[in-house]
Design a protein around this ligand. Structure first.
Ligand code: GDP
Length: 445
């Protein structure tokens, strides 16, 4: 039904045969197609527009790698950006459930899959994390909903709070809390009532319940097929009760994942799980790559991206070598090195390959330079202007302060980074002087 994005793009780039940098016009034309693809995948217009603008800035002027087409390269840039936006902090599946009994509030509209997801989550916590779980339905408007949860509980072997007819939602929540404490449960899940639409009464009720139990997590369950509506629902729930994450259901359907993207871009809330069917084990932690691939509508996106990645890295290394040979080593080069180190997991593995660098690597490791530290250093470089990155000598005291603050760090840390850069730069210059075919080139092979 949909023409895949790669098909569209190869059309755009067919006429572009010469290799070189991606021109602004080419990128613009390509990104028009990307925007249509995003809209077809149900991403909202303002989100798509914003996203395309960001990608355009990234892509324009990028050197085209030799063994992938410009179209593929734009797809890769788009893919990476999608993943970057979709990725939240930390592990999406790790819920805050220390300090038992931890309350988890499940909220959302009726029919979104809230009760089903409550059951799935309870099962997951029990089976995978060995937690003792209690579930309670607060849906006093539909007795069938309470029975539904009780039946699910029996099926998956999770206790449910006994139903007391006529009890108010807030009182049920309090009773669940007491029961969870007395019964030695680790977690209790509160399945709140949904409505067909958001209304004041519903919101007030959820708010009251939330105040009564102070949930550790408030998870919004929404139907992933409803696209833009899901995003609006998320915004309203977040404004009223504050959600800590989203569960997108019906992602087993033929929706194209755009809702996930808009959701994340608009609300900034992490997507924690996706529902992939009606069965109790059809709940998975959210994987940004998968959704990105789906939005782009290409089965082979991962392979393509990996191929492009390899090529781009090889060409980057080559370019960098040429620069080193000329004795050039600026903050952009340093950033690339640091990133490489994060990827390869360790200083010695990368620097050890270069003569003279092994010792420095050991020193750095001895000084407690690890992944986290590397990422902090990268953040410092990112907080510099383009000109400063090209020529760090431009950094005067006042700018240093701002750069450090921009990265949420102290000036002393920035100074350390600058010192490291100077040392490495000196080393590069020395090696550069050894000339073509010298030690550096051999070491990089
Ligand atoms: P609630 O009103 O929000 O509690 O919604 P329910 O949990 O009762 O779910 C409504 C319907 O959606 C039920 O028929 C569920 O089996 C179905 N459902 C829930 N989650 C999923 C999912 O991830 N995939 C599919 N295909 N169906 C789902």
């Amino acid at each position: 039904m949909f023409e895949s994005l790669s098909d569209r793009l190869s059309g755009v780039f067919d006429r572009l045969t010469k290799q070189g940098a991606l021109s602004e016009d080419d990128v613009k034309t390509a990104l028009r197609e990307v925007r249509v693809a995003l809209l077809e995948a149900d991403v909202s217009l303002p989100v798509a527009r914003d996203f395309v603008k960001k990608v355009q800035e990234k892509a324009t002027g990028q050197a085209v790698t030799k063994s992938v087409t410009p179209g593929q390269q734009v797809v890769k840039i788009v893919h990476d950006e999608l993943v970057a936006v979709l990725t939240g902090e930390g592990d999406p599946g790790a819920l805050k459930i220390d300090n038992p009994p931890a309350p988890i509030l499940m909220v959302g509209l009726q029919g979104g899959g809230k009760t089903t997801t409550t059951g799935k989550l309870a099962k997951r916590l029990k089976d995978r994390e060995g937690k003792r779980v209690l579930m309670a339905s607060l849906d006093v408007y539909r007795p069938a909903a309470m029975d539904q949860l009780a039946i699910l509980g029996q099926q998956i072997g999770v206790d449910t709070l006994p139903i007391v007819p006529g009890e108010k939602p807030v009182d049920i929540a309090r009773r669940a809390k007491t029961q969870a404490s007395l019964g030695g449960y680790d977690v209790y899940l509160l399945d709140t009532a949904g409505r067909l639409q958001i209304d004041e009464v519903l919101m007030q009720e959820v708010e009251d319940v939330s105040k009564a139990v102070s949930p550790r997590e408030t998870l919004l369950v929404v139907d992933g097929l409803t696209g833009q509506v899901a995003v609006e629902v998320a915004q309203e729930f977040d404004a009223k009760v504050g959600i800590t994450g989203v569960v997108l259901t019906r992602m087993d359907g033929d929706g194209r994942g755009g809702a996930a993207f808009s959701m994340r871009a608009v609300t900034g809330k992490p997507i924690r799980f996706v529902g992939l069917g009606e069965k109790m084990d059809a709940l998975e932690t959210f994987e940004p790559e998968r959704i990105a691939g789906r939005i782009l509508g290409m089965g082979d996106i991962v392979a393509l991206v990996e191929k492009a990645q390899d090529t781009i890295e090889a060409e980057q290394a080559e370019r960098m070598m040429r620069r080193f040979q000329k004795g050039q080593f600026n903050m952009n080069d340093l950033r690339m090195q640091l990133e490489q180190m994060v990827k390869m997991g360790g200083m010695e593995s990368v620097m050890g390959m270069m003569p003279g660098m092994g010792k420095m690597a050991k020193q750095m490791e001895g000084a407690g330079v690890d992944d986290k530290m590397l990422k902090r250093q990268i953040a410092l470089i990112d907080s510099m202007t383009k000109r400063e990155r090209a020529n760090p000598a431009l950094l005067q005291a006042s700018r240093k302060k701002r750069v450090a603050r921009g990265a949420g760090q102290e000036v002393s840390e920035l100074n350390k980074l600058l010192k490291m850069h100077r040392q490495m730069s000196d080393m590069m210059k020395k090696m550069g002087k050894m000339g073509k075919g010298g030690m550096l080139k051999q070491a990089m092979k």
